[in-house]
Design a binder for this molecule. Structure first.
Ligand SMILES: [Zn+2]
Ligand SMILES: [Zn+2]
Length: 213
């Protein structure tokens, strides 16, 4: 097994969690022994998110997707954005809000759960009225948390620990763009994403009746 950041290895991670006896859970109840909470912060690409969401569904898994209302990279209010939410829900996933401090734009598109984008320590774990903050207790503590930030696992790829049932429970944060777009480094994955984005934007131009002849 190669610990790359690919859809193939993401699926192996899911299988490792299953082999380790973990059950999937969300942010609607305190985590119990033996659960894994799959969390995805969607920072850059709805297309990347859907690719990972489809791969999860193919493994019989579901997760919680945190979508931005104030991203400079995608527009959740566009038809693509609406379709992305519909598809995530149709696949059995949950949808939370990936918020940009200090704006919480919770509405009926989202479950009442918030993950701050690039939070500062001052408010990272602060309670949010009317919503769960994914980084507050009991959903977060460092022993029960792993993240793939910038295509790097600080404590190594967790698939072996998952397979052995080494975590009492785990919140696993992954960023779908890293897994959906090919690249051995964050830079390379971002270049792949930008290449795909160019093709998608050309399509948008055609649909917008722009003459590309
Ligand atoms: Zn691995
Ligand atoms: Zn983010």
């Amino acid at each position: 097994m190669t610990c790359d950041f690919s859809l193939g290895h993401y699926r192996e991670l899911l299988r490792a969690a299953k082999a380790g006896g973990y059950r999937l859970a969300g942010f609607d109840r305190p985590p119990e022994r033996g659960v894994i909470i799959l969390r995805h912060d969607v920072d850059l690409s709805l297309e990347g998110a859907l690719a990972v969401a489809e791969a999860e569904a193919a493994e019989g898994a579901w997760s919680t997707w945190f979508l931005m209302t104030r991203s400079v990279f995608y527009n959740l209010a566009s038809s693509d954005g609406e379709r992305a939410i519909e598809r995530l829900r149709a696949l059995g996933h949950r949808v939370g809000h990936h918020a940009v401090w200090p704006h919480v734009d919770l509405d009926d598109r989202f479950d009442p759960v918030v993950a701050w984008h690039n939070p500062d320590p001052e408010y990272m774990q602060a309670p949010i009225p009317g919503a769960v903050n994914v980084m507050e207790a009991p959903f977060f503590d460092p022993e029960h948390y792993r993240s793939d930030s910038n295509q790097h696992w600080r404590h190594g790829c967790p698939h072996g620990e998952l397979e052995r049932g080494a975590f009492e429970w785990l919140q696993l944060l992954t960023h779908p763009e890293i897994w959906a777009f090919d690249g051995a480094t964050m830079r390379e994955s971002m270049e792949s994403m930008l290449d795909a984005d160019r093709a998608a934007r050309l399509d948008h131009l055609r649909h917008d009746r722009i003459d590309l002849s």
